[in-house]
Design a protein around this ligand. Structure first.
Ligand SMILES: Nc1ncnc2c1ncn2[C@@H]1O[C@H](COP(=O)(O)OP(=O)(O)OP(=O)(O)O)[C@@H](O)[C@H]1O
Length: 766
């Protein structure tokens, strides 16, 4: 007998002993049938109006069946019936006293009744307490057993000692009616209350058996919002099996079989998959549920070995998962047993290179939306699947942002998107993914994100351009419409570095924010940006998620966000997407996910462009030279450092002629750099002017107040420039008719363009 079998045997023996003690109430087969026919949670109201979550989660139809209702689990058995905190008890007592006094003042023989009541209560509570202590002892034993079985740390008392936890602090979890062992785990982790996304998702996914689309900002606790329902279901099944054990003996194995894949969680990156795994492991630590990560970067053979242990929950990235699935890995092929299919960070998944693999994995899932007969037929083919796992698979899709079309639910109902239809149209949205994965029309849609840039107060617009022209248009926007705070979004750090370098050379003071920055540096950048009335922040969309920026007037999407991004604008403003041919598919997808039919083309004053391009050309040349120089310096330092570390004496083997040449080159390069910088400084020390602008106009009578203001600003700037360098200051002054806020410009002359037309025109043009 293998080690694992031995463990299982010990486990079932112990379970047998345990169930004899705990569940002797389940005795005849009638009872068995009753349990079989139980809804997931009979106490859940069928009436939408009674459901506190119906506002956010939509229809409240109870689905599924056959699982043990939570009412049948005596929480006291686990010793974690979280008592009310003192303040609630005090309030209740106060209320009781007031009621009593009111009744007294009404007259009547209340006192005797109340005393009797109190007496009964205290007797009852004594009995309960006794029962609880006994049960507590049992639970403690049970936990020890489970831990030994799982090969975990056996010192349970030390690890989850009751004394360490002030249970009343965790009272808020009671309303979610989690399995007591899960309750215990979250208490142990110190999570005092469920986060809003957990509060909204757990009832829908764990008690109503619904599919869920959940969106909330980064760090809002989404992992447990899907993790707890998964663990809840596994525990309920186990309890049910334990209840039935006495009746059916070894047959029980059918109801809570071990060694099947029950939940497949897919995340877009290795880091995220590992993070989710750790998080779930921390909660599942004491309940003998195995969670295994399957990600790239780890030897495939090692992961195959891990899968041989048959974990119930697998968390993976699409690439490695598909690699193993397509090579016929056995555990991953058992998809009929799957009760949960989860897509985490779905917004990132639809954008990155893994999409094809994800599509292939989804295509391997047995469809849960097909008729029940077909479904059971396919499940019968898989003999290892019990009637419990054959219940519908739940699809849970989580994301930091979500933008569903208004008729999404209708589409799911109609099944308008064919399940296995190809996504050749390039519209890879969360909607399409969810539909393909078999999401049911009554899915709970829980969107707790902040209003997105595109949906909030910012008015949307776009500029069509080539990839190469983006720098010019960005400089144009910042110069001509740079009033108020501006955020420039890009999706890669390389692009962020490129833009910030060019803009700084052009004398535009910018701050940067990206995910690789230390937290302290990020906060500093944000503070500086917020301090400046006309501050400019260049940020990657991931780093800037969920930011709330007062006075944000303009958002420029240098690269399109991975999804409908969520940065809040508390003032009215304008968002401008720079759309190159490369971006058209993504742009069309975003339009679609917003159900937007029209976007406005941002109005441009082309007469500024020659001057913009001239400055930009100089800035690019300067950037190229300085980059080359700093790269050479960095390489040299690296070489010297390494030579030093191995005590190598470095000598220059260049001939004299070569050395002279090198020196000449360096001198020429630095001379060129100086000249370019001088030329650029002269240009940027003058305001940006449109080509049609006439200097003679200034001498005439037609100087507008705006122009006057700009000239004064220019004069002030010149004075300050004399004190310091022109570069490094934000000295953008524009002379012309278009120096207005971007929003104002857009409202006055932005041309409406149908998204569909836009998409097709661009597709043909490039
Ligand atoms: N109820 C809770 N109370 C306090 N902390 C919690 C709670 N639930 C989760 N956390 C903690 O909050 C942090 C963020 O949780 P989680 O990673 O699930 O967020 P997320 O929304 O998935 O974020 P991301 O988008 O970065 O993946 C984690 O460190 C987790 O341990």
């Amino acid at each position: 007998m293998g080690e694992e079998e031995a463990t299982t045997a010990t486990f079932s023996e112990r379970r047998h002993r345990k169930s004899k003690r705990k569940f002797s109430k389940v005795r005849d087969s009638e009872q068995l049938d009753r349990l079989e026919s139980l809804p997931w949670n009979s106490s859940i109201s069928q009436d939408e109006h009674d459901d506190p979550f119906s506002m956010i989660v939509g229809s409240n139809e109870v689905e599924g069946g056959g699982f043990l209702s939570l009412e049948e689990i005596d929480e006291a058995e686990y010793g974690l019936d979280i008592p009310e905190p003192e303040y609630i008890q005090r309030n209740k007592k106060l209320k009781e006293d007031t009621d009593l006094n009111n009744k007294k003042s009404d007259g009547g023989d209340v006192k005797v009744e109340t005393v009797t009541d109190e007496g009964n209560k205290s007797n009852e509570s004594k009995k309960k307490k006794k029962k609880k202590t006994k049960k507590k002892k049992e639970v403690s034993e049970n936990l020890k057993v489970e831990q030994t079985d799982a090969g975990l740390d056996t010192n349970v008392e030390n690890d989850i000692g009751e004394g360490e936890i002030d249970e009343t602090e965790f009272y808020a979890w009671n309303e979610l009616r989690l399995h007591p062992l899960l309750l215990k785990a979250v208490c142990k982790l110190g999570f005092k209350e469920p986060t809003p996304i957990q509060k909204a998702c757990i009832p829908a996914a764990a008690h109503q058996g619904k599919d869920v689309i959940g969106a909330a900002e980064t760090g809002s606790g989404k992992t447990l919002a899907f993790g707890l329902p998964i663990l809840q279901r596994l525990l309920e099944e186990r309890d049910k099996a334990a209840n039935l054990f006495e009746e059916m003996g070894e047959e029980t194995e059918r109801y809570a079989p071990t060694g099947l894949l029950r939940a497949l969680i897919i995340a877009p990156t290795r880091e995220l998959a590992l993070q989710v795994t750790d998080h779930l492991k921390a909660v599942a630590k004491h309940i003998n549920v195995r969670v295994t990560p399957i990600v790239g970067g780890i030897l495939a053979e090692k992961q195959e070995r891990l899968l041989k242990a048959k974990p119930e929950i697998v968390v993976g990235t699409p690439g490695r998962l598909w690699e193993l699935m397509s090579s016929g890995e056995k555990h991953l092929a058992e998809l009929h047993s799957l009760s949960f299919f989860v897509l985490d960070e779905a917004d990132r998944m639809v954008q990155n290179g893994h999409f094809k693999e994800l599509q292939s994995i989804i295509d391997m899932l047995p469809m849960s939306n097909i008729s029940p007969e077909d479904n059971s037929q396919s499940a019968q083919n898989c003999v290892t699947v019990s009637s419990y796992q054959r219940k519908k698979r739940q699809t849970l899709v989580f994301s930091a942002t979500v933008a569903l079309s208004a008729d999404f639910r209708k589409k799911l109902k109609r099944g308008s998107v064919k399940q296995k239809q190809s996504l050749a149209d390039g519209l890879n949205s969360i909607e399409t993914l969810s539909e393909r994965a078999g999401m049911r029309p009554n899915a709970a849609i829980i969107d707790l994100t902040n209003p997105s840039i595109l949906a909030a107060k910012l008015e949307e617009s776009f500029i069509e351009c080539t990839e190469d022209d983006k720098d010019a248009y960005l400089y144009y926007i910042l110069t001509v419409h740079g009033q108020g705070r501006t955020i420039v979004f890009c999706t890669s750090i390389a692009a962020l570095r490129h833009i910030s370098s060019i803009l700084r050379i052009l004398g535009v003071n910018v701050w940067t924010l990206h995910a690789q920055m230390q937290q302290r540096a990020r906060l500093k950048a944000m503070d500086r940006f917020r301090e400046k009335e006309n501050g400019i922040l260049i940020a990657t969309d991931v780093a800037a998620r969920g930011l709330d920026i007062a006075g944000l007037k303009t958002v420029v999407h240098y690269q399109l966000p991975h999804s409908a991004e969520a940065t809040r604008a508390s003032a009215e403003g304008c968002s401008i997407a720079l759309i190159s041919p490369k971006d058209t598919a993504k742009f069309a997808s975003l339009c679609k996910s917003f159900s937007k039919e029209n976007f406005r083309r941002f109005p441009l004053e082309n007469s500024y462009m020659p001057e913009v391009l001239k400055r930009l050309s100089l800035a690019r040349q300067i950037d190229k030279i300085t980059r080359k120089d700093s790269q050479e310096k960095a390489e040299k330092t690296w070489f010297d450092r390494n030579a030093d570390s191995v005590e190598l004496v470095t000598e220059t083997y260049d001939s004299e002629e070569e050395q002279v040449n090198k020196h000449k080159q360096m001198k020429a390069s630095s001379g060129k750099l100086k000249k370019l910088q001088q030329e650029l400084n002269t240009l940027i020390s003058r305001p940006l002017q449109s080509k049609s602008f006439s200097h003679r106009y200034l001498a005439g009578a037609g100087v507008t107040p705006l122009l006057q203001q700009q000239l004064q600003q220019l004069a002030r700037q010149k004075v300050s420039d004399q004190k310091g360098s022109v570069l490094g200051k934000k000295g953008l002054v524009v002379i012309g008719q278009d120096c207005v806020e971007a929003l104002q410009a857009l409202r006055s002359s932005g041309e409406e363009v149908e998204c569909f037309t836009f998409y097709h025109i661009l597709a043909i043009a490039y």
